[in-house]
Design a binder for this molecule. Structure first.
Ligand SMILES: Nc1nc2c(ncn2[C@@H]2O[C@H](COP(=O)(O)OP(=O)(O)OP(=O)(O)O)[C@@H](O)[C@H]2O)c(=O)[nH]1
Ligand SMILES: [Mg+2]
Length: 323
């Protein structure tokens, strides 16, 4: 749609969602947009790429930018995750800095300052997981917020929220819409993300691997698409089926055995669970074929990192290349 064809009362805002791993960034986005678009697991470092998730309220478009949790690390892979988070703020009109109130609150501000390493634009603080702490409304959040403003002078206001229980989500949505400026929509044709279905297929497979696998294995797993075809339905040519082959990359042969599981039970379960979610997204039947491949040290291999959407960071190490 051409900009001049857009409604003259359109408003838009781009909001970067930032914070440490596991504070509830993706959960908040899903709660705001009303679907489980972004992957959520109980383990930290679930989100690996920055991407847009869009919702509209009347004539106002809100583009939320999900980002990986910022954390300290000298590993090449983690440096690239952090860079995704920093880049997620580029072009944003507002940042939401999420702080989990069930953890040390001030420490999260101090750590964020250390890991963000650049100027922070206009920002609202969201104190998350209000449902997890008894009498959370009685916490001295105003005092904490004033102290946090000494660290980040660009903090404007704060909310106490729970994505799980929907606490203050309505107020937050209203405030975001009020903050939006008149202007054209970035996604006037109703797209809900700047990432395509292939991306979300890899995310939904990795989400199940993350939830089902233990110890270091989830962190040493990546998913790449080998083949993605949409074919006309056999019985009704007006419908279509998705035929997808994907590889789950692991670092070591022993991890391959774990991901396959005894008599293939683990890979089967990952496949069944992720297929259900992919079918909801595509709206048609999905044939999902999963393989497990050993790709030693894929997390420091530039080609694999590029393929999974993690280009070099400003502070990237010299990277290992497969000969
Ligand atoms: N009790 C409670 N749990 C929550 C809430 N929001 C998120 N969680 C849980 O916190 C965990 C992490 O949630 P995510 O949304 O994946 O967190 P994230 O900040 O996106 O994490 P990364 O992508 O790893 O940086 C999950 O187990 C969520 O179910 C909340 O409001 N209340
Ligand atoms: Mg996340």
């Amino acid at each position: 749609m051409l900009i001049e064809d857009q409604h003259p009362h359109n408003k838009s805002i781009m909001v970067a969602v930032l914070g440490a791993p596991n504070v509830g960034k993706s959960s908040l986005i899903n709660c705001l947009i009303g679907t489980d678009l972004s992957v959520v697991t109980s383990k930290p470092q679930t989100t690996r790429n920055k991407f847009h998730c869009v919702f509209t309220v009347d004539r106002t478009e809100v583009v939320m930018v999900d980002t990986p949790g910022l954390h300290k690390s000298n590993q090449e892979f983690n440096k690239r995750l952090n860079e995704q988070a920093r880049e997620g703020t580029e072009g944003a009109d507002l940042n939401l800095l999420l702080i989990d109130i069930s953890r040390d609150i001030l420490e999260q501000f101090v750590d964020f300052k250390e890991n963000f390493q650049q100027e922070l634009g206009p920002t609202w603080v969201l104190f998350t997981k209000a449902d997890k702490v008894e009498n959370s409304e009685k916490l001295p959040l105003k005092e904490v917020f004033e102290r946090a403003k000494e660290i980040f002078p660009s903090l404007e206001k704060y909310f106490l929220i729970s994505s799980k229980e929907g606490i203050n989500i309505h107020d937050l949505t209203g405030a975001l819409c009020d903050k939006a400026e008149p202007g054209p929509h970035l996604y006037p044709n109703g797209d809900v993300s700047n990432k395509n279905q292939r991306f979300f297929v890899t995310e939904y497979i990795r989400e199940q691997a993350f939830e089902l696998l233990k110890d270091e294995v989830p962190y040493e797993v990546a998913v790449v698409i080998d083949e993605y075809k949409e074919v006309k339905g056999k019985t009704d040519p007006n419908t279509f089926e998705s035929h997808i082959s994907a590889s789950i990359l692991v670092n070591r042969p022993s991890q391959r055995a774990i991901v396959i599981g005894s008599s293939g039970s683990m890979i089967k379960e990952i496949g069944i669970r992720s297929r259900k979610k992919i079918e909801v997204m595509t709206g048609g039947p999905v044939h999902l074929n999963l393989h497990v491949k050993v790709s030693p040290k894929w997390f420091s291999n530039n080609f694999v990192l590029e393929e999974i959407g993690l280009p070099r960071a400003k502070d990237s190490n010299r990277v290992w290349r497969k000969k």
